[in-house]
Design a protein around this ligand. Structure first.
Ligand SMILES: [Zn+2]
Length: 764
């Protein structure tokens, strides 16, 4: 998944449990107190729940208490051990065996319609990889991760060597150039120094903040480089950050960040079936027409293997901010060091398997809440993704138990174990493409959990219409620190914003992150199907991402030794699903959505071009128009109609919220009226889709949310990119598409408002 290198939290779970061991008796009593508190009283006596009548809220509260009591740390740990016992990369026999294991478990737990769906996709597996320095001295890169004391799993013979998913095959001997993070501006600097990378091998490092390695590959390919080596500098995720394995959570000398370089920011999923499902026998495009397959060779390196290369580079001294954490002076190179890179990939078609199960809704079986986590891991997948998989298994056990005891949700809960997320978000994309029409009719929302926990700091993402219900739900859960999840979330967010010098104060309105990029399995549901999405994860210091060291040992020593955050994740994920599944009126908040879109438009109008300069355009606040700076000519782009349309949408959203609140408070809602309202509000997200997609990337259809080629969030992608390019005709056209979508949704909400007022008199 997409992942930011977090700063160290104030109190890691490991330190916390070590403290606990020291103060045994006092803490035992305290602990007893805590257990009594948890079991006897709800965390937050909730008299109302968004979308529920008082009577349904009381019933829902009972269901949630029963549900939350089921997931246990021991079971989370047991499941985590099963999933992390062996490497299970996409397409491997072990990963397929785990698919069958999940299906068996789900059937036993009482899930219905459990099926394993097969997709035949363009394969990308290493047959042979090697890297040698051939001048000025000989060095053969080991491309392997050495065991550390205390962790028996690292002796496993089936741990792969270094490789990049979707690398091209080939062989080259060429001079080596150090290109810092491998971003376009890095190559600009090299050019200024007289260094051309055409035909050469470039050595770049993983960046902080995280930037998707596929962007580094595309940039190197565009620059004409022959091959790309990406290494983990200790300044990013190693000893410069803190203690390394086996003594701390940061990456040891030999850790290799594997990962795909797929251009899935163009189109995710199987590169040969863009926009349709790779079911067996599906039509396929020729490989040379596939825009998401890189044409460059790539290989990830540990700093152990990068160090001798860097130490021998000649040429100009690299700038200060290009220097890294190794005890040597980084040079730009280009002449003295020659390397030989050879990569052979196996690209034969291979099957990926998605496991799907459901708890059928008792009253509204054709309204679906979809939950998912990917199963495939680069190696053992301690955090990514098996922490999420363990949480999913405890979630399904609890849902199954509840259903067996007669507490079946009103709507259907669909649960999926995705495959090939790490290669190109592949399994979820193919499944989403296969069922897009049905999902557009039936789906309420998708809740993604990729990495459930690498530490104690909660990060919650939601489209703005569901952000209030996510924040509300956090009040009803207990964080292992003893606070409510809401309090813990607010504290860690405040701390993180302070550390990253963001001035904005944390409030209930901005606690949930409503800027959603790509990099995990929510992408197809948001950007292609048009479903509201939520994403959940607990984070902490984590320097072993996509390496063999991300395993059971790491989780038990650093990430979540007591499996309490895993347990909390199962509870949170389930309570959110059950609220969406049982609500009388779906808890969408469109006034919040409007406010968020207004913020996006204001930011978009001030966006800068790719060189970081403002586009010689300023937002004219009074008129809501963008004008060119130099001449007082006619504005090339006016955003006033869009801002007006946002006001209308906001007003309609507020009215709906008022009517719905009153209707719910009155105690009973006619089921037919509720069905009209819910089917209407489910369509709002679909209306943000433009069937033509955003300019240049037709697969990405959502006009509010998109991702940059780095996976970073990109709001109003079509409009923002056009403004950045100062392409005013396209910007105007994209603004008009946005205005029309806002107008459609305002009309839709006004129809629902009329239905509510005429049926209930709520408007009088
Ligand atoms: Zn992941």
């Amino acid at each position: 998944m997409n992942f930011d290198f977090g700063e160290a939290p104030l109190d890691s779970p490991r330190k916390f449990s070590a403290k606990l061991r020291k103060k045994n008796l006092a803490v035992w009593l305290l602990g007893l107190n805590f257990i009594l508190l948890c079991t006897s009283f709800p965390v937050h006596t909730q008299t109302s729940i968004l979308g529920f009548t008082p009577a349904s809220a009381a019933h829902q509260a009972e269901i949630e208490v029963k549900f939350k009591a089921i997931p246990s740390p021991d079971e989370e740990r047991r499941q985590h051990h099963i999933f992390t016992a062996e490497p299970h990369v996409a397409g491997s026999p072990r990963n397929n065996e785990l698919a069958r294991y999940i299906a068996d478990q789900w059937r036993q737990e009482g899930l219905e319609n459990v099926v394993i769906r097969r997709y035949d996709v363009y394969g990308s597996n290493p047959k042979f990889t090697s890297l040698e320095m051939v001048a000025p001295i000989h060095y053969r890169a080991i491309l392997r991760e050495l065991p550390v004391p205390g962790d028996p799993d690292l002796k496993n013979k089936s741990i792969s060597s270094a490789w990049s998913g979707m690398s091209a095959s080939g062989e080259v001997t060429a001079p080596l150039v150090y290109a810092h993070s491998g971003n376009p501006e890095d190559y600009e600097l090299l050019r200024k120094q007289g260094i051309d990378v055409k035909g050469k091998v470039v050595l770049v490092r993983y960046s902080n903040p995280y930037s998707y390695r596929g962007f580094k590959a595309l940039t190197a390919e565009r620059e004409g480089a022959a091959a790309l080596l990406i290494y983990s500098d200790p300044a990013e995720d190693g000893y410069k950050k803190g203690k390394v394995g086996p003594n701390g959570p940061w990456g040891p000398e030999y850790h290799i960040q594997r990962g795909a370089i797929t251009y899935d920011f163009m189109v995710p999923g199987d590169p040969l079936t863009p926009g349709w499902a790779s079911i067996p026998g599906a039509k396929r495009i020729p490989v040379d027409e596939a825009v998401s397959i890189p044409k460059i060779m790539a290989l990830p390196l540990s700093w152990h293997d990068a160090k001798p290369l860097l130490a021998n580079l000649d040429g100009p001294l690299a700038p200060d901010d290009w220097q890294g954490g190794l005890p040597l002076k980084y040079h730009l190179g280009g002449k003295r060091v020659h390397v030989h890179v050879k990569i052979e990939m196996d690209n034969t078609t291979q099957p990926y398997y998605v496991v799907e199960g459901r708890i059928r809704g008792a009253q509204l079986p054709d309204e679906w809440i979809v939950l998912g986590n990917h199963r495939d891991a680069w190696v053992f997948g301690g955090v990514d993704p098996s922490s999420g998989t363990a949480s999913m298994m405890e979630l399904t056990r609890a849902l199954g138990k509840l259903a067996k005891s007669g507490m079946r949700p009103r709507r259907t809960v669909v649960v999926c174990s995705w495959d090939g997320e790490e290669v190109g978000l592949t399994g979820s994309t193919e499944w989403g493409e296969q069922f897009a029409d049905e999902l557009r009719k039936k789906a309420v929302a998708y809740i993604n959990v990729d990495e459930a926990t690498s530490g104690p700091n909660f990060h919650g993402q939601a489209v703005a219409s569901l952000a209030p219900m996510l924040v509300e739900t956090a009040h009803t859960l207990r964080d292992p620190s003893g606070k409510t999840l809401y309090e813990a979330w607010k504290e860690s967010s405040t701390r993180e914003r302070h550390e990253s010098k963001q001035p904005e104060e944390v409030t209930d309105l901005n606690l949930a992150d409503t800027r959603i990029g790509s990099g995990s399995d929510h992408t197809v549901f948001l950007n292609f199907v048009g479903m509201p999405v939520l994403g959940l994860g607990f984070e902490g210091p984590y320097g072993v991402y996509h390496s063999a060291y991300d395993d059971f040992f790491w989780m038990n020593h650093f990430g979540d030794p007591g499996y309490r955050y895993h347990t909390l994740m199962s509870q949170l994920w389930g309570v959110l699903a059950l609220r969406l599944a049982n609500a009388d009126l779906l808890p969408f908040d469109f006034a919040s959505y409007a406010a968020n879109i207004r913020q996006f438009v204001n930011e978009s109008s001030k966006s800068k071009n790719r060189w970081g300069q403002p586009p010689s355009a300023v937002l004219n606040g009074a008129e809501g128009a963008v004008q060119t700076g130099e001449a007082r000519q006619l504005p090339p782009l006016t955003l006033k109609p869009v801002l007006d349309a946002i006001d209308d949408f906001e007003a309609a959203g507020k009215r709906l919220d008022d009517f719905a609140t009153r209707a719910l408070a009155s105690g009973a809602i006619d089921p037919k009226l509720a069905a009209i309202i819910n089917h209407g509000t489910m369509q709002v997200e679909r209306n943000w889709l433009n069937p033509d997609g955003i300019p240049g990337r037709p697969w990405f259809k959502h006009i509010l949310y998109g991702a940059r080629f780095t996976y970073a969030h990109l709001e109003l992608p079509g409009l923002t990119e056009a403004i950045e390019k100062q392409d005013w005709p396209t910007a105007q056209q994209q603004a008009e598409i946005l205005r029309q979508a806002l107008a459609s949704n305002t009309k839709l909400l006004n129809q629902l408002n009329s239905a509510l007022t005429s049926e209930t008199g709520a408007g009088k």
